[in-house]
Design a protein around this ligand. Structure first.
Ligand code: ZN
Length: 307
């Protein structure tokens, strides 16, 4: 009986501690939904994470509202991708009076240069803020291992008492990333290399392409800000026909108009949406980064496998 009382006493103490710590969770703001998920995975119960660009939203054309400035002002840690992805962020952080630490998760990855195969692209006004660097580095799970290590370090500096927890959560998540990478490689290996050609509306899958040896063609370029020119679309239609490409996709945060047009004129039906720069809502097919990657890989492989 004494033991039971002691046990209940201990449980009550634990509950009190948990309630107290909820109030002093480390306030972290992530620039977009994929990074928000990484913070939740690594930070667990010790952090409270807010995401600026939410599920199914487009970070390329995001326009911060006054409430976003208040959110950023309250953060101890501001977690961003970098590589020019969040063009709106510096101004937002400066105007909000943010006094915390900003951490760039892509630090240390090998940036992918954009291959500008058509020089006439200057004709349509495409986003060059990122200096020819492809910002979508999270599309290679091995890069996300570096993201997680950067995040573990930043969280541990902001909250030293949690360092062991962050390290443990980080290691656990890295193991899942490596498992994802092995699985994805095995899935794509089932498709003969010459068949691995995919069309998406904007060029968000360069790192995935590089990692798993797939060719992605995108009429919209690396950002979603510019619509492709009629000439780009016509060139792509010729290519779809000449190379008999069956895998055509739109992304969750993009305007699907161009691609639907492409599909109808080239006689291919666009496949299901892929998740490029944003997760789905929690109950959707891409509610977390790991789910998003598995969903995309399965969807692409299924389209490529079609005769
Ligand atoms: Zn993008």
């Amino acid at each position: 009986m004494k033991t039971m009382q002691r046990l209940f006493g201990a449980l009550a103490l634990c509950a009190a501690a948990a309630v107290a710590s909820a109030a002093d969770r480390l306030p972290v703001v992530a620039s977009f939904s994929i990074l928000g998920d990484l913070v939740a995975q690594v930070g667990g119960e010790r952090v409270s994470v807010t995401t600026l660009v939410g599920p199914d939203q487009d970070a390329h054309v995001f326009q911060p509202r006054p409430s976003d400035a208040r959110t950023v002002a309250g953060a101890r840690l501001l977690v961003v991708n970098g590589l020019g992805f969040e063009g709106w962020l510096d101004r937002l952080a400066a105007s909000s009076g943010f006094r915390g630490t900003q951490v760039v998760l892509s630090q240390g990855i090998k940036p992918r240069r954009m291959a500008h195969d058509h020089d006439d692209h200057a004709a349509h006004d495409h986003d060059h803020d990122h200096g020819g660097i492809d910002p979508h580095a999270w599309q290679d799970p091995r890069n996300v291992v570096l993201y997680v290590n950067n995040l573990v370090r930043a969280l541990s500096q902001a909250d030293p008492a949690g360092a062991a927890v962050y390290r443990r959560n980080g290691d656990h998540y890295v193991a899942q990333l490596l498992e994802l990478d092995r699985w994805a490689a095995a899935q794509f290996a089932k498709v003969p290399q010459p068949r691995r050609k995919v069309i998406t509306s904007h060029d968000a899958f360069g790192y995935l392409a590089q990692r798993y040896d797939i060719r992605f063609l995108a009429p919209q370029g690396v950002s979603t800000e510019a619509e492709p020119s009629a000439r780009d679309v016509a060139a792509l239609i010729r290519q779809i026909k000449a190379e008999r490409i069956s895998a055509v996709f739109v992304e969750n945060m993009s305007n699907p108009r161009t691609l639907q047009l492409l599909g109808s004129e080239a006689g291919v039906k666009p496949g299901p949406r892929l998740y490029a720069d944003a997760l789905s809502v929690r109950s959707g097919p891409a509610g977390s980064y790991l789910e998003m990657m598995r969903y995309n890989v399965r969807t692409i492989v299924a389209a490529l496998a079609k005769p």
